[in-house]
Design a protein around this ligand. Sequence first.
Ligand SMILES: NC(=O)c1ccc[n+]([C@@H]2O[C@H](COP(=O)([O-])OP(=O)(O)OC[C@H]3O[C@@H](n4cnc5c(N)ncnc54)[C@H](O)[C@@H]3O)[C@@H](O)[C@H]2O)c1
Length: 245
Amino acid sequence: MTGRLQGKVAVITGAGSGMGAAMVERFCREGARVIAADISGQQNAVAKSMGDACLPLQVDTAKSEDIRRMLDTAVSHFGRLDILCNNAAVAGELGKTGDYSEEEFDRVWAINGRGVFLGMRYAIPLLLKNGGGAIVNTVSIGALVAFPTMPAYCAAKGAVLMLTKTAAVEYAAQNIRINAICPGTVKTGLSMGMPKEYIDMALQGMPMGRLGLPSEIADIALFLASDESSFMTGAAVVADGGYIA
Ligand SMILES: NC(=O)c1ccc[n+]([C@@H]2O[C@H](COP(=O)([O-])OP(=O)(O)OC[C@H]3O[C@@H](n4cnc5c(N)ncnc54)[C@H](O)[C@@H]3O)[C@@H](O)[C@H]2O)c1
């Protein structure tokens, strides 16, 4: 442990697997105490390996009452809230815009879009009480370039990027920094659940010729959550092996 987040309390959603689980590990190793929130139940195993520094919590980020319980638990269990990583999301069903089901669009939006708004909505008042803090939203390069057949996913990610920028400007003077990470294709359950041709297409467009690793995204989250990024807010940090370049 080197203490880059010593004394900080963080809430990480989607903490049961992939990038969220990697963030839990990185943040705890750097001295943070962490609420590991996920809907899957897998957060329990992730938290267990971190000992007392991590508390797992079953949370559906599409539900306002769950978001509020999650943030309140950070304060009641660890005494404060300094960092929120809005990382949970689903890929959603695949289909072109002209065929896409309304119900699936609403489901994806509720988790990937509205859920992030709820996290920010209820975290910001708690951060203001501490005199500031950091929010890190896991977005996607799907907020910047099209992923055909993922209209709901791309629309929600685009919206979250603008939520990030809007709130960043609103709260910059009150010492809350809000940034987004835009990963390209990273090797996680979400991407490995996509048809093989998607992965092949992503790899073809990737100058680095390989998928990203969850730990590589967790390192960016750590930087954005820590005081090392003290002059950054409203930024979209792209980590995509060169894909959109
Ligand atoms: N993997 C990629 O290639 C890629 C690329 C760009 C962006 N992202 C983004 O990275 C983030 C993390 O995804 P990942 O790739 O690690 O995938 P993942 O599937 O491994 O992790 C996502 C986690 O979110 C949880 N989750 C889903 N719905 C939830 C809900 N309603 N409430 C609480 N938890 C919920 C899942 O249970 C899962 O543990 C997501 O925001 C995703 O959109 C992923």
